[in-house]
Design a protein around this ligand. Structure first.
Ligand code: PLP
Length: 440
């Protein structure tokens, strides 16, 4: 039995009381949170595990909202952060520059698909998308096509929290409250909903509206918040083909899919597609600090060069923050030195086999996997508000794994370097939790 020190017990109670009194949690109905008898209070994390004040440890099945791709507190990232903090913690990129941002930009371009070669830093996935949206609109304005200011996105899309990403978003529950204040976006069926229908609607929308469309924005291969929906590499190449045909920009949101989540470093590589603009965040800074980047091709960049009025008047206070940049540089070094993508291959194969085996369960209507992601659609209605996934979540928590669902979709997106033993334990917990939730 775990013995909890009285200091830990006291601290947990204090945190819980302060939390319930003052903190407003994301994606949470706060009444039920406040009523919860003993919420999870995390004390520390290391590798693929979260530790609470009661001496319990939980395998982090979603790498803390898909960010800790190298596990928590990777020693090399911690060291890079501490080292940089002693030198330069922050200075803006307004009228000056610094080594971490300049080197990171070069290193990111070196691993980026094709000829993406200009890097604009921001804070998180949402701001990376805001940058892409504003770049696209201003690009067309400066190219003499100011009427191209609308966007095309996929049904079920998720691109973040601020207003432009909300407008692009296709998850009804997140979009509905803001419907009246978001910009005009045309949503087309995603490739997951039948490839022929998706192709023909995309074609139709672009052929009828090309003169008013600035860009098509997509989550390549894998739509995360939609419920881990997959589309084929063929759909992605077709998207590239038609956007080129109609002269529309293609923006790839690799915030979730980048850094090897789906197998290759970028999901766009599945189809050898090079978008005109690419957004990265989350794993980009190893889940340690808010940090994001939007990469653009040279033809986009050149539209902003020349007169003062053509500049991109945009920039968050912390863009290119030296701490984030130093950590993001070290993330790339770790991927290279620890051969992260190669090491993840057998783990991905193990996830694929385990989820395939679960597909025959009577309460599973669909099972799928791609790279380091495995997902199950569980029986039940309600979309994002569905309860089935939460039944499994509670069972898994009791057994030592954190697998927050998306409604009735139960999924895992663990760290790419999750130790094999932890992965086996996670898969075993899922198996047992499903049995307990549906067969007991
Ligand atoms: C594909 C995608 N884009 C953008 C975002 C927004 O990222 P952030 O929460 O860092 O703003 C997310 C977040 O989950 C995402 O999955």
């Amino acid at each position: 039995m775990t013995v909890i020190s009285s200091a830990d017990l006291e601290l947990r109670r204090t945190v819980e009381a302060l939390d319930k009194r003052y903190l407003w949690h994301p994606y949470t109905e706060m009444g039920s949170w406040i009523d919860k008898s003993q919420p999870l209070v995390i004390k520390s994390a290391a590798g693929s595990r979260l530790h609470d004040f009661d001496g319990r440890s939980f395998i982090d099945g979603n790498a803390s909202w898909w960010t800790s791709l190298l596990g928590h507190n990777h020693p090399r990232l911690v060291e890079a952060l501490v080292r940089q903090a002693g030198v330069l913690s922050h200075c803006s990129l307004a009228g000056m520059t610094h080594e971490p941002a300049a080197r990171l930009a070069a290193e990111l371009v070196a691993v980026a698909p094709g000829d993406l070669m200009h890097v604009f830093f921001s804070d998180d996935g949402s701001t990376a998308i805001e940058v892409a949206v504003k770049l696209a609109v201003q690009y067309w304005r400066q190219m003499g096509s100011p009427d191209r200011y609308r966007f095309v996105a996929l049904d079920g899309a998720f691109h973040g929290e601020t207003l432009a990403p909300t407008a692009l978003g296709g998850v009804a529950e997140f979009r509905r409250p803001f419907e009246r204040i978001v910009m005009d976006v045309i949503h087309v069926p995603a490739g997951s909903s039948g490839i022929a229908r998706a192709f023909s609607q995309l074609h139709e929308v672009l052929s009828q509206n090309a003169d008013s469309i600035a860009a098509v924005v997509i989550e390549p291969m894998l739509q995360g918040c939609a419920g881990m929906r997959l589309h084929s590499a063929g759909y992605l190449s077709e998207l590239r083909k038609v956007t080129r045909e109609f002269g529309v920009l293609l923006v790839a949101d690799e915030v979730f899919t980048g850094y090897g989540r789906t197998g290759p470093f970028w999901a766009c590589e599945h189809a050898d597609v090079v978008p005109d603009i690419l957004c990265t965040a989350k794993g980009f800074s190893g889940g340690m600090l808010p940090m994001a980047a939007t990469l653009a091709k040279d033809f986009v960049f050149q539209a902003f060069v020349g007169e003062k009025s053509r500049a991109f008047y945009y920039g968050h206070t912390f863009c290119g923050n030296p701490l984030g940049a130093a950590v993001a540089r070290e993330v790339l070094n770790v991927y290279r030195d620890e051969n992260i993508l190669e090491q993840a291959k057998p783990k991905a194969a193990r996830i694929a086999a385990a989820f395939e085996a679960l597909s025959s369960r009577p309460y599973v209507s669909n099972a799928r996997s791609l790279g380091m992601m495995g997902a199950l659609d569980l029986v039940g209605d309600g979309g994002y508000f569905g309860e089935s996934g939460w039944r499994v979540y509670e069972e898994a928590l009791r057994r030592g794994a954190y697998i927050r669902p998306l409604g009735n979709v139960m999924y895992i997106t663990p760290a790419l370097n999750i130790p094999d033993a932890d992965l086996e334990e996670l898969l075993d917990i899922i198996d047992k939790s499903l049995l307990a939730a549906f067969e007991k």
